[in-house]
Ligand binder design. Sequence first.
Ligand code: HDE
Length: 698
Amino acid sequence: MSKEDPKLQDLNRDRVGHEGKELTTDQGVRVEHTDDSLSAGERGPTLIEDFHFREKLTRFDHERIPERVVHARGSGAYGTFTCTEPMTELTRAHFLSEAGLETPVFVRFSTVGGSRGSADTVRDVRGFATKFYTRAGNYDLVGNNMPVFFIQDGIKFPDFVHAVKPEPPNEMPQASSAHDTFYDFVSLQPETMHMLMWLMSDRAIPRSYRTMEGFGVHTYRFVNAAGKGTLVKFHWRPKLGTHSLVWDETQKIAGADPDFNRRDLWEAIESGNGPEYDLAVQLVPEEREHDFDFDLLDPTKIIPEEEVPLRVIGRMVLNRNPDNFFAETEQVAFCVQNVVPGIDFTNDPLLQARLFSYLDTQLIRLGGPNFAQLPVNRPVAEVHHHQRDGYGQHRIDISPVSYHKNSIAGGCPHLASIEEGAFRHYTERVDGQVIRKRSESFKDFYSQATLFWNSMSDWEKQHIVDALRFELGKVEREYIRERMIEQLGHVDHGLASQVAEGLGLSAPPESGRNHGRSSPALSQATQPGSVATRKVAVLAADGVDAAKLGPVLESLREHGAVCEILAPHAGTLNGTGETKVDRAMQTMASVLYDGVLVAGGRDSVDALRRSGTAVRYVAEAYKHAKPVGALGEGVDLLREAPLNDARLSDNGLVDESGVVTLAATGNGGRELDQFAQAFAQAMSEHRHFDRNVQVVPA
Ligand code: HDE
């Protein structure tokens, strides 16, 4: 299996273009007319012999396949994984065997609860599923953007999903956990508390799939050539850092652009700025399996990074959008059991259930056992076996036999040895009674929920409290709300009291459970950031001072920012020179950008001041803690907007809580450059929660 294996180019092998081709039927018969059906007389009945008409309608009637039971809404992309640190000592996995070795991948990101057409920015877990087309077979790492899960045993999965999905009588609410059945379930199943903290945190409303971590969740096993195992947790770390939206914003985006995350991924890749992630591992020698105060087989627990550091072993870049959403993103079939030699499972009971469920799901969703032959699922490694027939069989097996052992076909396909790269299940000793019982070592439900809470910055804690007040505020049954407050009391008394206050309920008694420990790595407050690929709404109108705006935009673009000029009308703006408008302001919204910059020019700013829309752009950006900048007269528009306590100065550079202004007069190239630098810096900090603004709908 060499690095140059030509089959790796094969991922494009089934793309079909129609350029310069004639329209045909499924049988390849050319069609001369497709706008009128064949009828007996111009005003007569349609004839059944019109095979083109019947084929067209039949194919249309059969276009849908069942959407995924969970993770129905998703977006996919192709890319490349490159091994950066060979792991040969710990695993036989070929794709991790050599620095610089490249493996093609397909990744599908998703929300969990909503149906296929639901909005992207809902509060939810995000799926992060990667198919590695390795030379030793396909490896699927089917993870989420949160490192733990709601339940410990897969037998509870249908209960959990039924509880979080829209309620049975009326199929409401769509793509939301803010309803009675969800909180009824979680309050009765306290192992959910740790994951609930993640779900109520900003992790559940990512700014972008490009600014989202991924986790394998379960403890897996690396197995080396000598058959020795090492326990491993997988992490994807985005190069752009982990960043989120704010709740009020997500709800508005859901209306303004329900495809917000999908579009963001698509556009980033189209513009050559596809996302990058490091693959990191936490490694635990098997001898140390029991050194922790939790069970490594319990998927509701993390290994704090402070206890076992992350080791980066590879990098993934997503750089090609699919050509056809259905054929690729919809038909991709991830299966947790798709592992390659060198990677194996553990007895995590959630993982064990998944090993059954994914294949079962694909059989119904993709209509039979041959789904691995679909282009997006087909391995680049050769496939030879005695499995035969079934719906949608594409292969024409020419062997005279379909059984093993055989002599007629010379014993082929023959068995492979370990040296030839065969998979061998990890040899593990298992003792025990056949029993239906949760392990005692799984029974601490609150310590890590508390750890997560303790690790949050003040603003992150506030967001969690706000989220719980919102969600529980939507719960109709008071006894469920009360039970939830009691559960939260086991996580942290302060948290429970604040939520209770918002709901008009009494605080639970102090349980004294908070152990006071934290894991700083869990907070998003210290995430790296950069202005690269962040979107700036530049507000301008006729009369804009393009001479001053030009150098500022040039500098921001040099730093990689995406600046779009929004004006009351499309086309071009008059002013100092002609300025091309990218979009009419009314077609977009402040919430679709990472920051707002108001251009100078007296007439331009006066026109913007008269426009409620422009004022709203600024006010909303400010409330959502985004950078707001103003050049020259543009400062007047900031005065128009309710910016609370932001101190604005009109005679110099102000850089306070992400509000950056440059005075109307006396600014030359140097000041403009300084302004651009300060605004870029404010953008790279993502959000400015130190403004202490109550985020209320504008
Ligand atoms: Fe899944 N999950 N899951 N899940 N899951 C599916 O497979 C299931 C779990 C995850 O983009 C389904 O093809 C069970 C954990 C992702 O196509 C289904 C259990 C994690 C995706 C299924 C879990 C995940 C799925 C639905 C508990 C994070 C989307 C359609 C035992 C580690 C993959 C499908 C894609 C999809 C079952 C729990 C992640 C029904 C039974 C934990 C990212 O088979």
